[in-house]
Design a protein around this ligand. Sequence first.
Ligand SMILES: CCCCC/C=C\CCCC/C=C/C(=O)SCCNC(=O)CCNC(=O)[C@H](O)C(C)(C)COP(=O)(O)OP(=O)(O)OC[C@H]1O[C@@H](n2cnc3c(N)ncnc32)[C@H](O)[C@@H]1OP(=O)(O)O
Length: 295
Amino acid sequence: MATLWTRGIQVCRALPRLCTAPSVQRRTSVRLMSTEKDNLLVDVDSKTGVATMQMNRPPVNSLNLEFLTSISIALEKLENEKCRGLILTSDVPKIFCAGLDILEMYQPDVERLQVFWRSLQDVWLRLYGSKMATIAAINGHSPAGGCLLATCCDYRIMAPNYTIGLNETQLGIVAPFWFRDTMCGVIGHRETEHALTLGIMYSTEEALNIKLVDKVVPQDKVIPAAQEKMKQYLKIPEVARQLSKDLMRRETVEKLRLRREDDVAAFKNFAVRESVQKSLGMYLEMLKKKSQQKK
Ligand SMILES: CCCCC/C=C\CCCC/C=C/C(=O)SCCNC(=O)CCNC(=O)[C@H](O)C(C)(C)COP(=O)(O)OP(=O)(O)OC[C@H]1O[C@@H](n2cnc3c(N)ncnc32)[C@H](O)[C@@H]1OP(=O)(O)O
């Protein structure tokens, strides 16, 4: 296993300049260190060119601005390093990713809110539009933005007894068009309409039935299964595989590229609505109560 150490990613609170370019030193294996502790662990196998990216932002890998920025920078570096494959997974037990950090959207600083949304767009553009073969090794719950990350990948392998889905409407918010398009590309229009309007969180087994995930394996086999599937992708001539993926995804990618700022404005205007803030406040309260009951 070869390691590429990326150090010194500094995420500045000052806006709009978010971060300095990380310095990269080639060593025997790759570790991309994030700003907030080691919340993103990236190892690259130098023989296969396959990177494994583990999200590690306890308690639930929620995607705040800094975390999204780290993911975006890491994806850019892997692409620049000409990595051939990416396995996206979690280092947090029982959670793949809890989606967007709701605290970014609740009682927000409006300028930060917009930078936050752009950083999510960046991650989506890089992951959905990646030249790498991408596999989500879903080893925990995966609501909303977590489901988005998984559906951006080319293939999904999930462990039993978790949940996945775009549950936004249950929070009183709306998944934007590029979340919808991503899900449509995986499960089709009718099932996406059903899923989005009801905010359905599918069990692993249900997700397999509607092909939201491709394969279910026991928890300890999720990453090995992803590594095995990756071999199949890597056997395909690289350019043919990449161009085929591009053919399938380019229009969807371009749609957001062309509408980025309109999308930021729509998000901001929607998020600051009183009714939306009220819904988010109630949802956070519900999460807090549930969490306290466990303690
Ligand atoms: C028409 C124009 C449209 C334009 C766009 C408009 C709107 C924008 C849409 C934006 C799209 C949004 C996408 C999202 O991703 S929203 C986030 C949705 N996520 C969720 O609903 C997940 C909520 N969390 C859970 O269901 C559970 O936490 C869990 C992931 C299943 C894990 O359960 P468990 O292990 O039992 O952990 P706890 O519930 O006890 O949680 C531990 C602590 O973490 C806090 N938490 C959980 N999730 C989040 C989150 N997403 N953000 C921030 N914080 C989170 C939870 O409150 C606990 O905190 P505490 O211990 O301090 O109380």
